[in-house]
Design a protein around this ligand. Structure first.
Ligand SMILES: NC(=O)c1ccc[n+]([C@@H]2O[C@H](COP(=O)([O-])OP(=O)(O)OC[C@H]3O[C@@H](n4cnc5c(N)ncnc54)[C@H](O)[C@@H]3O)[C@@H](O)[C@H]2O)c1
Length: 393
């Protein structure tokens, strides 16, 4: 029985995503479950070193999560350059969850290192397509395996949608409506602190709804429903002033709501609303409603409900009487026939298998660049007030 160690540099790990999704729910969870079991003879075991700028924050994380997983605090250092150069031991994977605008600098260093064999990072990889493509080509040219987080593909609900589609439940898919978002407090009001990082609302710091969410919509739509041919989009800065982490008000310069119609190559219309300025009255923070000739489905983050052609009620427009049909009652839940693991963790396990066993991994930096491209085209459509086609990358 071989346990193969995979050393992972986890950079930007003190951030919201780095800590919650990547360190706690992915890498620590994988270690606690005994690694990624490949066969009775082989297990892959991640061995992280936490990196960032603030020693105290790193130490607190290492102390909090290492002992329960490896019986001692995780290794950590503020010497990111040194660890990439092999001065702190052998770490073959470089992972980055730092801010979007910091990504390029870190990827350049990791790409130039002889020790690093593989690079994995958060989306978006950049805020401009040209830069995202440059990074993808640089890392490919350096011969490194690479990947970008595309976690939504492993949401239980989207797996269920994929299953319904494969079963032919929908017949021909006619249209898709995505509704995403919730109220993010501005921090300006008493006892209502902001619950997302303030850079999200500053374009100059890489923030903005389109650059944040269109990256996700690109891979969600193209993987579930097919390639996008063209789009029209509109964005807005709904809340002009917010309060930052330091307690000071700042001017919001990035779109906090975005509305888009994505027309697929096969003619399917996918319409997505994304907003940090909306109060939720729907099944979940993200709902995707798919209408097909033979049936429809509405997906939340985990659950999916369906209505088949044979169960479709016949409504009559009559505002003079109370609505006689309970429209929510005519839907059936898709059962949870398997256990769905954390989406980020599933993708991490696939990436580790790719690194150690050469298994295919198609969610690479060039796939990530297609997400950046869709966001950039969205902004172009918004500014120029027109439909734009999506060129093949
Ligand atoms: N996959 C997803 O669903 C998802 C969701 C939210 C955010 N993200 C992405 O993850 C990344 C991080 O977002 P977040 O919400 O965790 O932000 P955050 O502000 O909480 O974390 C950013 C991290 O980067 C570090 N950092 C910032 N500037 C740095 C610098 N100059 N040098 C080194 N480190 C630096 C910060 O210290 C912090 O640890 C962003 O690129 C964001 O777009 C992805």
């Amino acid at each position: 029985m071989e346990t193969r160690r995979i050393g992972i540099i986890m950079n930007g790990v003190t951030g919201r995503m780095g800590t919650n999704q990547h360190l706690i729910r992915s890498i620590t969870a994988i270690i606690k479950q005994g690694g990624v079991r490949i066969s009775p003879d082989l297990t892959l075991m991640p061995d992280p070193i936490l990196t960032g700028r603030n020693e105290n924050k790193l130490k607190a994380l290492a102390d909090a999560h290492g002992p329960g997983a490896i019986g001692k605090p995780y290794a950590y250092t503020t010497d990111v350059d040194g660890v990439i150069d092999g001065k702190h031991g052998d770490f073959e994977v470089f992972f980055d969850a730092s801010g979007t605008l910091q990504r390029a600098g870190f990827l350049e260093k990791a790409s130039a290192s002889k020790m690093i064999k593989a690079i994995y990072c958060e989306k978006p990889t950049a805020t401009e397509t040209k830069e995202a493509v440059r990074l993808a080509e640089m890392v490919e040219k350096a011969g490194k395996k690479n990947g970008v987080v595309q976690d939504k593909l492993w949401l239980p609900s989207f797996r269920k949608l994929a299953m319904l589609k494969e079963l032919g439940f929908f017949g021909d898919i006619l249209s898709v409506k995505g509704d995403f978002g919730y109220w993010v407090f501005s921090g300006m009001d008493l006892d209502q602190p902001a619950q997302r990082p303030s850079w999200n609302y500053r374009a100059e710091d890489g923030g903005g709804m389109m650059i944040d969410m269109f990256c996700h919509w690109e891979y969600v739509i193209s993987n579930l429903f097919g390639p996008i041919k063209s789009l029209v989009a509109y964005g807005n800065v709904d809340i002009p002033e917010r309060r930052a982490e330091d307690g000071k008000p700042f001017k919001a310069t990035a779109d906090d709501s975005a509305y888009a119609m994505f027309l697929l190559e096969d003619g399917t219309m996918c319409q997505f609303n994304s907003s940090w300025c909306t109060r939720v009255r729907r099944d979940d923070l993200l709902t995707v409603h798919v209408d097909g000739t033979k049936g429809s489905a509405v997906a939340g983050l985990r659950e999916v409900v369906t209505q088949a052609a044979a169960n479709t009620p016949k409504p009559v427009w009559n505002p003079d009487i109370p609505q006689p049909i309970d429209f929510y009652a005519g839907w059936e839940e898709v059962p949870n026939n398997i256990e769905y693991d954390n989406a980020f963790k599933i993708q991490w396990e696939l990436f580790l298998r790719h690194v150690a066993l050469d298994e295919p991994f198609r969610w690479d930096l060039m796939a990530g660049a297609r997400g950046v491209q869709l966001a950039e085209l969205g902004m172009q459509s918004w500014k120029e007030r027109c439909w734009v086609d999506v060129p093949k990358l």
